[in-house]
Design a protein around this ligand. Sequence first.
Ligand SMILES: Cc1cc2nc3c(=O)[nH]c(=O)nc-3n(C[C@H](O)[C@H](O)[C@H](O)COP(=O)(O)O)c2cc1C
Length: 179
Amino acid sequence: METIECIKTRKSVRKFKKKDIEKEKLIKILEAAINAPSSGNLQNWEFIIVRDEENKKHVAKAALNQNFIADASVVIIACSNNDKIIFYGKRGRDLYAIENVSAAIQNILLAANDLGIGSCWVGAFDEKELKKILEIPENVRPLAIIPLGYPDENPEKPVRRSLSQVVFEEKYGKKLKIF
Ligand SMILES: Cc1cc2nc3c(=O)[nH]c(=O)nc-3n(C[C@H](O)[C@H](O)[C@H](O)COP(=O)(O)O)c2cc1C
């Protein structure tokens, strides 16, 4: 799929078919993740792959009972290993650590879409509970739950704010002439 088309057609999918994701496709998705940019190439991302039915149910519960997560073929937990943030001080810890993993998360969503697999970025979860369930150590912070599966729905893509609302010329608030 052409890149811009892949970006434009990606949308959150919250209903999945009972069909497993092939190992080769999962590897492609994870390779896309680790090809993201990161501050100073620190690559603080780490991923937990949850496929066990009971574990998926526990994850869904920790995600404030977003039960569609348990129906996914694979659930990826995208984490930041904060021990890897060895440069950039407070800005590195507070901002870059999250931005780096977010870039990897977006690559996962796009690679999945390219391969015909639906996904959703889930950020609402009880962090403490998730860490306990998945035995995530102190220095590692789970940032997103990403359920992946073959789509069993074709939802409308939510409307975007227009370019003329979000793009400015030279200074904040000044409308760009082409709009
Ligand atoms: C940081 C973040 C957290 C999100 N958390 C959730 C969530 O907990 N549950 C959910 O169903 N969707 C969640 N979403 C998905 C958004 O609802 C979705 O991306 C948005 O409505 C735009 O729709 P689209 O992804 O189909 O373009 C989250 C997205 C982001 C980026």
